[in-house]
Each structure stands twice: as C-alpha cells, then as structure tokens.
Write a protein that binds this ligand. Sequence first.
Ligand SMILES: [Zn+2]
Length: 50
Amino acid sequence: MRKQSEPVEVVCPHCKYTGIVYLPEEELPKCPKCGRQMVISELLDEGKSY
Ligand SMILES: [Zn+2]
C-alpha cells in the first residue's frame, strides 16, 4: 500500500467555501471565513461517479 499524500477537496458545510488539503499529511482545516470544521467534499457528493 502506498502512503503518498493525496489532494482532496474540502468544503465548508456552512458557507460552501472550498479548498484543497493533502491527506493523510494534513488535517481537515477550519473554514477561514466562518471558522467551522470543513469536510471532504466527496462525502457530500455521493452521486458523483467515474
Ligand atoms: Zn465557512
């Protein structure tokens, strides 16, 4: 198993501000606008498929 960091899109569930973090190296950030915990946007968008 590789342990390279992967860029993932995170989104603020409150104001929809989005950003990119590298997991698992970085932790999920807090929204710079409203200070709430941001979440991985893929988890919000389960309809998306390849
Ligand atoms: Zn926010």
